[in-house]
Design a protein around this ligand. Structure first.
Ligand code: ADP
Ligand code: MG
Length: 333
């Protein structure tokens, strides 16, 4: 476990409570919602979409209970999240290189030890993440369903929170509870809403409007929403899951793939506007001066966590990404 400079410990503790402002150019996006709403598929496909838009993406599988990013992409690594948190070693080797431009930190499988991260583990995670994600533009975090403590923490570490809703009332109730928790207890204010499992954009907008009305009535004084986009119900996506591929990779011109590209572009546009708009249109937290600089410093005795010492020691993990039969699906080729 790395030792932190003592004076930064309270800063980090506050960061966990109030949100963690990473350096300005990187965006950390947490994807949340009820179980089964499509979080993991959204994370994977947005990663592909950002990579296609020439961004370097880092994916953290933050569903510590049932991590499955690696399974959905047919990847394997002998190192998992548990090693990442626990071991003194350099963080680089825990990454798996995914498709071009995507790096993945897989979750842990069959190890219950970190299902509930304690404060100390969260600090370690933040500290190591700060190093491992240095060369990336966007960090995408999959999270556990609902209101788990880890999910709340990952949202607080994120600059942006995407909450997925679907036409099912249970997903709406769950999203409402999540926003309530994050905005009232944790003071997070802006949430981007993505509507999954719809027939078309019109249905997505109707569902979003209904949801926005509920939030406005109950939490309007402390939080605000932004319609990020929608993903239509798509059989090709299910097919891709069975084949352990991203639908954007397997079937780039299919309906859900086109939506994922549109959502990724919309996020980048919103990010580009950030700074010009005082109201922070997309979930931005202003950078609190001092945090990133503080985190980049380490004790002399902890010089092993200095990025420069490790920049050449990249280990690509056990298995590199090999797309299974790289053919577009017949109906969209
Ligand atoms: N737009 C969609 N169209 C069809 N099936 C979908 C869509 N989004 C998700 N699914 C399916 O729903 C299931 C749950 O998705 P998943 O991403 O694992 O959800 P979560 O991570 O929120 O639990 C998967 O079987 C997936 O194939
Ligand atoms: Mg999932």
């Amino acid at each position: 476990m790395p030792k932190m400079r003592q004076e930064f410990a309270p800063l980090l503790t506050n960061a966990i409570r109030d949100g963690f402002p990473f350096g300005g150019f990187r965006r950390i996006i947490a994807v949340s919602g009820k179980g089964g709403v499509g979080k993991t598929n959204v994370v994977i496909n947005l990663a592909f979409a950002f990579a296609r838009l020439h961004k370097n993406v880092f994916v953290l599988d933050g569903d510590l209970g049932l991590p499955n990013i690696h399974t959905l992409l047919g990847l394997a690594s002998k190192y998992t999240f548990s090693h990442f948190i626990k071991e003194q070693e350099i963080p680089w080797k825990f990454k798996i290189e995914g498709p071009t431009g995507i790096t993945i930190l897989p979750g842990l499988s069959g190890n219950l030890e970190f299902i509930n991260l304690g404060d100390r583990e969260k600090l370690t995670l933040i500290e190591k993440m700060e190093l491992i994600t240095k060369p990336t533009d966007i960090i995408l975090m999959d999270t556990e369903p609902g209101l788990s403590s880890n999910s709340l923490s990952f949202n607080m570490m994120a600059s942006d929170s995407i909450i997925i809703i679907t036409p099912e009332p249970t997903s709406i109730i769950n999203a409402n509870a999540l926003i309530k928790q994050l905005s009232s207890k944790n003071k997070k204010k802006k949430f981007a809403i993505l509507v999954n499992f719809v027939q078309n954009e019109q249905e997505a907008i109707e569902i979003y409007k209904k949801f926005a009305k509920i939030i406005d009535r109950t939490l309007g004084h402390i939080s605000s929403l932004d319609f990020l986009g929608f993903v239509p119900f798509d059989d090709k996506l299910r097919e891709a899951v069975k084949k352990q591929r991203a639908v954007l990779d397997m079937c780039p011109h299919g309906s859900s793939s086109r939506s994922f590209m549109a959502v990724a572009k919309s996020i980048l546009e919103k990010i580009a506007r950030w700074g010009e708009d005082a109201d922070y249109p997309f979930l931005c937290r202003p950078n609190l001066e001092g945090y990133p600089a503080a985190l980049n410093k380490t004790d002399d005795e902890n010089h092993e966590f200095n990025l420069e010492n490790y920049s050449t020691e990249v280990d690509h993990g056990d298995k590199c990404y090999v797309p299974a039969g790289k053919k577009p699906c017949p109906s969209h080729s």
